[in-house]
Design a protein around this ligand. Structure first.
Ligand SMILES: Cc1ncc(COP(=O)(O)O)c(C=O)c1O
Length: 639
């Protein structure tokens, strides 16, 4: 197993843990470790070192909620809204830019009521608005924002109902922009406006030729799905002129994809969008707003690089670059500066949510009992024992090859019925002991059976966590997203095991095997040995964006409990809200079962059992009660 920890002595400190797990690189200053070796969370302005996450878990358990729990820290959401708005306001002031910053939060990034309520409330001081991509999201936006405050940007396919509601709301004083994403929307928008007599604020999404790096590289550029090409844009301008509606064209929109790691790509796209903006002004449209979409990345990895899960720029640099590039295009043409709109989602909400879970069990790849090979045992067992006896640094590869050969031969013999279970088990133990010793002699040894694994990776423990990747971290499964994961306590102790994490879905994809360790991405995570009768808690960080609603009910593991806290300046905290996760009955009804019918059917079977003398009436009562309790229980493992 590769030694992922550089400190080898007994002098392990919490600073070593912070470095090992990259806390100071990805934590944005929000997370730390206290002298008790517990992970802490702190919000700007706190005089104390921060609130202890194990203490928070203790309080959650005392309130009767089991793990896993999604913990929301309201202050971190507030802090990120402030950071983005202040970043733009500073950049605008420094550059002498004439327009304002008008941020909008794309509801799809986290639609949960509590998140939107917090954004609407805290964002009000900045006039932060919302982006709606569907009818349901428009309803959320209208119910959450007050008229005359933040913008509501309507993206996505819009039908007549959607447009009419938006137009009506405009009369109430909401600032709504209808962004035309495809040519098909134009006649409908013109028609609805004509019938209602309300002139809409029209935006137009353009298809930029600029391609970006990162996960969404393939969907940017010419092959992007949404947006008008330059000739479709000309058609739009002509259609609006023809219907005497060019004065309604007030916003240009572009969005290249989420999590753009390279600032050069962002600069190139802003330059192209600004050029389109200038051309629309030249065509006679009043414009006034330049919406540059989402894409502001989160440094999940903390490497400050243009790797997929990272970003090679800071928030301040992002804001300053956008302002500078827009000015560099518009100033020579004497085009007035538009308000800058961005639709940052990920950067606003990622930090505020942490998935907390406990470890249920561990599998180790070590021999469990190395008995001597009996004289009458199979000869290959004797050969394996000889390989172990002859192991030396000079003959490492040869011994490795021999061990794999004899192990495979023994497996084959077992398949053919020529080897007993006990002899097979002994052969596997010898094999594992040889592998462990090879690794000890050469910690970086390759696993010669596989191209990509080191022997350390091959021999890593499996820690079984009480969570579902599919429900709580769908991007880990779908797009190989790397989230920071680390223990929440015992951080003053050196972690002496290396492990991958498996969830409880019993699906081979239900695992995490990419981790941020020592400033790089590694296949195994250093963890502490489990202690008898003591829970071991881990946290997955920066999970507030996209994970909650993209999750699914694989193995019918439902929504986790959600607990929201607000931190106070002195390090104390307050539980502001708890939402119980799905019960078994809830998830069964999502897939069209009727829990009452199910209970009735089971009760009938139990009654039949009584009639046939298989169980007593008392046993029937207990069984039925167990069934009913199971229906009310949490879908995750309960201690
Ligand atoms: C139109 C639009 N705006 C904004 C966003 C949010 O992007 P991000 O979360 O990267 O800020 C998205 C998501 O991809 C989007 O499709």
């Amino acid at each position: 197993m590769t030694d992922t920890t550089s400190n080898t002595g007994d002098t392990w400190s919490v600073d070593d843990s912070a470095e090992l797990y990259g806390l100071n690189d990805w934590g944005c200053g929000y997370f730390g470790i206290n002298t008790a070796g517990e992970m802490t969370v702190r919000a700007p302005g706190m005089t104390d070192g921060g609130a202890s996450l194990p203490e928070l878990i203790k309080g959650i358990r005392e309130r009767g909620l089991d793990m896993p729990v999604l913990l929301r820290i309201e202050n971190l959401l507030d802090a990120q809204i402030s950071a983005v708005n202040n970043g733009f306001n500073r950049a605008i002031e420094d550059a002498g830019y004439q327009g304002e910053y008008r941020g909008v939060f794309p509801i799809k990034v986290n639609q949960q009521n509590q998140i939107i309520e917090e954004i609407a409330e805290f964002g009000e001081r900045f006039n932060h608005g919302l982006e709606a991509g569907s009818k349901a999201e428009l309803l959320i936006a209208l119910a959450s924002l007050k008229p005359g405050r933040g913008y509501i940007i309507c993206n996505g396919y819009k039908d007549e109902e959607f447009i009419n509601l938006g137009l009506g709301a405009q009369k109430l004083g909401y600032t709504i922009f209808f962004v035309v994403e495809t040519p098909a929307e134009i006649p409908l928008l013109i028609d609805c406006s004509r019938k209602s007599g309300i002139r809409p604020n029209i935006g137009v999404r353009i298809k930029l030729a600029t391609k970006v790096g990162g996960h969404w590289a393939e969907t940017s550029g010419d092959r992007s799905i949404f947006g008008l090409t330059s000739n479709q844009l000309v058609d739009l301008v002509d259609a609006l002129k023809q219907h005497d509606m060019l004065d309604c064209l007030r916003l240009l929109h572009s969005h290249l994809g989420s999590q753009i790691p390279n600032i050069r790509d962002i600069r190139a796209s802003v330059m192209e969008a600004s050029r389109y903006y200038a051309e629309l002004v030249r065509e006679g449209a009043p414009m006034g707003n330049l919406d540059l979409g989402g894409g502001l990345a989160v440094d999940y990895f903390g490497s400050r690089s243009n790797r997929v899960n990272s970003m090679n720029y800071s928030l301040d640099e992002y804001c300053a670059d956008l302002v500078e590039v827009i000015m560099s295009v518009l100033d020579p043409l004497d085009v007035p500066h538009p308000h800058i709109v961005t639709e940052s989602g990920r950067a606003l909400v990622a930090y505020g949510s942490i998935l907390l879970f406990n470890i249920l069990d561990v599998t180790r790849f070590e021999p469990h009992k190395l008995d001597a090979v009996a004289e009458f045992g199979h000869e290959y067992l004797g050969y394996l024992s000889d390989v172990l006896g002859n192991l030396s640094e000079e003959r490492l590869q040869e011994c490795y090859n021999d061990a794999v050969y004899y192990r495979d031969e023994l497996r084959e013999l077992f398949r053919r019925g020529q080897l007993s279970l006990r002899d097979r088990s002994l052969g596997e133990d010898y094999f594992l002991e040889i592998m462990q010793q090879v690794r000890r002699l050469d910690p970086g040894a390759e696993d010669y059976q596989s191209d990509s694994l080191t022997l350390g990776d091959y021999l890593a423990d499996i820690y079984y966590g009480n969570f579902s990747v599919f429900q709580s971290l769908p991007d880990v499964w779908a797009i190989d997203q790397v989230f920071p994961v680390m223990p929440l306590h015992r951080l003053g102790e050196k972690p002496d095991r290396n492990a991958v994490l498996a969830d409880i879905t019993c699906d081979c994809d239900g695992k995490i095997d990419s981790f941020v360790v020592n400033g790089d991405i590694q296949r195994v995570l250093p963890l502490h040995r489990m202690k008898e009768d003591q829970e071991y808690y881990l946290g997955v960080f920066l999970v507030g964006a996209y994970q909650e609603t993209l999750g699914d009910l694989h193995n019918l593991l439902g929504d986790t409990h959600v607990v929201s806290v607000r931190l106070h300046e002195d390090g104390s905290f307050q539980y502001v809200k708890e939402v119980e996760g799905d019960s078994v009955g809830d998830v069964l009804s999502y897939v069209e079962y009727d829990p009452r019918d199910m209970l009735k059917s089971f009760r009938d079977s139990a009654e039949q059992g009584v009639q046939e003398g298989l169980i007593t009436p008392l046993e029937r009562q207990q069984l039925v009660a167990l069934f009913a309790d199971g229906m009310r229980g949490y879908t995750y493992f309960e201690r």
